[in-house]
Design a protein around this ligand. Structure first.
Ligand code: SAH
Length: 232
């Protein structure tokens, strides 16, 4: 069964974009995941197919209309659709690996990409949109956020990562950042690979990696140490 993403966007040509390359691109070819886009413009109001309007109460910028967005959502998703409806939004729940893992178990997702000042509040409740943020900064639109989210989900779909183990060691999967990596040449600009990694002692290598993961996490992201197992 393939993961189906329906993306509601004023810029459908941004997709698949980066998701057409590498792991995600190959998975798209194999139809491990599929996507469709819906342009709210097609449901816009009046001769000019207007999708936005001035904010109630005044102020700068424009707001995406609830009626137009709802029509676009209803076009891809009927009452039987089991997929979650996500709204990319800076005030949403911060995207993390736990959420990514959960989404990868789903049949797909409907992803609404905001533009302008955002969307009319009423559509969020009326269409049950779950707000998801990709970080504490403001993008000009939801599309790059949707691409981040989908990239993270797609690599966890069955068969996408060649080496399953490489996914399990990854940063955050264990609640820690990953240990450092080295490869040939063994001396580069006078810098050596740590001896233990070339010792052939697998137990010592595993211990070193665990210690380095903890050291790096404490140094770079101390707050992650407080909740060592994010899988729970
Ligand atoms: N006026 C809003 C920002 C709107 S940015 C505010 O101050 O909160 C326009 C659109 O970009 C948003 O509707 C959302 O879909 C997307 N977006 C911006 N930053 C984002 C983030 N950090 N995570 C997810 N989506 C984001």
């Amino acid at each position: 069964m393939s993961f189906r993403a329906s993306i509601i966007t004023l810029y459908p040509e941004m997709f698949p974009g980066p998701l057409g390359y590498s792991l995600a691109g190959k998975a798209l070819e194999k139809q491990t995941w599929t996507y469709d886009t819906v342009n709210p413009r097609d449901f816009g109001s009046g001769k000019h197919r207007q999708v936005d309007d001035t904010p109630a109460g005044g102020g700068a910028g424009m707001v995406m209309r609830a009626d137009v967005l709802a029509s676009a959502i209803d076009h891809v998703s009927g009452p039987d659709d089991q997929r979650k409806r996500l709204l990319m939004s800076p005030r949403g729940q911060p995207l993390d690996q736990k959420m990514v893992r959960e989404l990868a178990q789903e049949p797909g997702a409907i992803i609404v990409c905001g533009r302008f000042e955002g969307v009319d509040e009423r559509v969020i409740e009326a269409r049950n949109l779950v707000e998801v943020s990709v970080g504490d900064y403001i993008l000009s639109g939801g599309e790059p956020a949707a691409i981040c989210l989908l990239d993270a989900v797609i690599r966890l779909l069955p068969g996408v990562m060649g080496n399953v183990e490489s996914g399990e060691n990854e940063s955050f999967e264990s609640g820690l950042l990953e240990h450092p990596h080295y490869t040939r040449p063994s001396i580069w600009e006078g810098l050596l690979i740590p001896d233990v990694l070339t010792s052939g002692d697998h137990g010592a290598v595993a211990r070193w990696r665990r210690e380095e993961a903890e050291r790096l996490t404490r140094k770079m992201r101390p707050e992650l140490m407080a909740t060592p197992d994010k899988k729970k």
